[in-house]
Design a protein around this ligand. Structure first.
Ligand code: FES
Length: 190
């Protein structure tokens, strides 16, 4: 079974898992919007950006060690999305590093650029992950001083669905849910 380290915690996981799945199975949370354990991966919200590194190998293919005998870790220059990055033995993940947290805060700032921020009258009535993340994973300020883009509101898409274009962050979870649940029902129930 592969072993990976997430923010200093050693985790034994199973082959084929992604970083976010391995973290989730071990009771750790990496911030995310578009990922759901029961749905396919879209990787489009970018909220789960983390630093990822692998043990450095010498020309003989052996893992290099530092003076204390620990593996030397070589981190990818760019952050990776935890929901679409498969784990491999010896991987080291930093979800709480300064670089990762800064990226998560930048994503929140971006997602809220056109958001109406009318929380007191929103239908979600405080049950809102975006609001929760705005407290936990954002600087609480925006550098955007242009006019907000106004999208269509209250579009009735069916007996149980009302779409609000200003509140949608285009994570595609609702689309994948309806598509994939429909397929599941056709294959397994009908
Ligand atoms: S949760 Fe990974 S990109 Fe959305």
């Amino acid at each position: 079974m592969p072993h990976i380290k997430i923010d200093g915690h050693l985790i034994e996981t199973s082959p084929g898992k992604t970083i976010i799945q391995a973290a989730y199975d071990s009771g750790m949370q990496i911030p995310h919007f578009c990922w759901h354990p029961e749905l396919t991966v879209a990787g489009n919200c970018r909220m789960c950006l983390v630093e990822v590194g692998m043990p450095k190998r010498n020309q003989q293919g052996e893992i290099e060690k530092d003076e204390s005998g620990n593996d030397v870790i070589s981190f990818f220059p760019k952050l990776q999305v935890a929901c679409a990055t498969p784990i491999s033995e010896g991987m080291v993940v930093r979800a709480l590093s300064e670089k990762a947290v800064e990226a998560q805060e930048a994503v929140m700032e971006f997602l809220l650029i056109n958001h109406p921020l009318d929380c007191p009258i929103c239908d979600e009535a405080g049950e809102c992950k975006l609001q929760e993340y705005a407290f936990k994973h954002s600087k609480g300020e925006s550098r955007f001083d242009e006019q907000k883009n106004h999208a269509k509101k209250r579009q009735v898409w069916g007996p149980n669905v009302m779409f609000d274009g200003e509140r949608c962050i285009s994570c595609s979870r609702c689309i994948r849910f309806t598509k994939e649940m429909e397929q599941f029902w056709i294959i397994h129930i009908l």
